[in-house]
Ligand binder design. Structure first.
Ligand SMILES: Cc1cc2nc3c(=O)[nH]c(=O)nc-3n(C[C@H](O)[C@H](O)[C@H](O)COP(=O)(O)OP(=O)(O)OC[C@H]3O[C@@H](n4cnc5c(N)ncnc54)[C@H](O)[C@@H]3O)c2cc1C
Length: 310
């Protein structure tokens, strides 16, 4: 069967699925915290599970490329854009429910809102995520957190959709976490919702712990950025701060085009003046090269870099 283009198929699909929103030729710079990226062929904000199932069936039928975007706080898109479909979870995927000390959260829910919900209800366990941008889906995907803890510590269940369109409910035996990563058997799963098992505590104690984390995050650079660029490498079994290694090479404040390695934190690149994706990629290469030359350590990107076309 002939492959159809996104633009030819999606507008009518959108009319048949009123809880989902279809947009064509979407500027990706507006969707991500780095404020960089060209046009995506289309973006669908999916409103419910049935629509997601239908949409993925269409993706498979037409062999379209797709990328699941959360809050866009850990992504660098290419200036050429994305030659495919960007999917975002909205509608029912942003709903959360509290049962006792358990929070069942849609993957499209904003992380700051969920952290606040837990705090307001006297539930502890999410303080490490205080001040973190993005969505719960993105936080689970990248095992987000602070130096002292991460979301994996409270994650006890996951609902995912596999690329073949099947939903699965996973328990703790089915997933593994590492530093800033989630490992599942299914390749390229879409995280649909998460079960977070928290504990009761006084609101005052939770606020106090959150403020300690807020104090650390307050020192993070301002201006459009995507958080830490590289993961902390491991040397002789110990994690070493990538920011420290980059700082030791003297690159703090080094700029290329409109992008600058932050003078406050060397593992952040800030889009100071209409940076292009190439400005940022060249800076990343410089950071990697200098750290490797000086310390013999390979830096691995923490941010995701969806290519324009495979
Ligand atoms: C100022 C700033 C500070 C930050 N500080 C921290 C920090 O202290 N600690 C930390 O860990 N991170 C930090 N980050 C990085 C980022 O905020 C987190 O990684 C965040 O959890 C990413 O969530 P997101 O929804 O924005 O994901 P996105 O950036 O949209 O996506 C990131 C990856 O997750 C995948 N993804 C997103 N949602 C889903 C889903 N539902 N199913 C499957 N895959 C999905 C995407 O495909 C992509 O590969 C910071 C970022 C910024 C801008």
């Amino acid at each position: 069967m002939a492959r159809k283009s996104l633009g030819a198929v999606l507008p009518s699909w959108g009319q048949d699925h009123p809880e989902s929103k279809v947009s064509l030729k979407v500027p990706l710079a507006d969707q991500v915290t780095f404020k960089v990226g060209g046009l995506a062929k289309a973006l669908v904000e999916v409103g419910n599970e049935a629509d997601l199932e239908d949409l993925l069936a269409l993706v498979r039928k037409n062999n379209w490329r797709y990328f699941l975007l959360g809050g866009g706080s850990n992504v660098l898109f290419d200036d050429k854009g994305f030659d495919g479909l960007v999917i975002r979870l909205g509608g029912q995927f942003t709903i959360s429910q509290i049962q006792g000390a358990t929070l069942n959260v849609g993957a499209g829910a904003k992380t700051p809102a969920i952290v606040k919900l837990a705090q307001d209800n006297g539930l502890t366990g999410l303080e490490h995520l205080f001040g973190l941008p993005g969505t719960i889906g993105g936080a689970v995907f990248g095992n987000a957190g602070s130096q002292k803890g991460a979301i994996c510590q409270v994650l006890t269940g996951l609902r995912i959709m596999e690329p073949d369109g099947l939903f699965s409910d996973l328990t703790e035996e089915d997933f593994e976490f590492g530093y800033r990563r989630l490992k599942l058997k299914a390749p390229k799963p879409i995280i649909v919702s998460a079960q977070l098992s928290l504990a009761k505590d006084s609101v005052t104690s939770i606020v106090k712990r959150s403020q300690e984390i807020a104090y650390i995050r307050k020192k993070q650079p301002k201006g459009p950025n995507a958080g830490c660029i590289f993961k902390n490498p491991v040397f002789e079994g110990r994690q070493i701060s990538a920011g420290f290694l980059i700082e030791m090479t003297g690159l703090k404040g080094f700029a290329l085009g409109g992008a600058m390695i932050s003078p406050e934190h060397a593992n952040f690149i800030v889009n100071v003046n209409k940076a292009s994706s190439l400005d940022i990629i060249l800076l990343m290469e410089e950071m990697r090269r200098k750290v490797f030359d000086r310390f013999g350590l390979e830096l691995e990107p923490e941010i995701r870099l969806p290519s324009w076309r495979d």
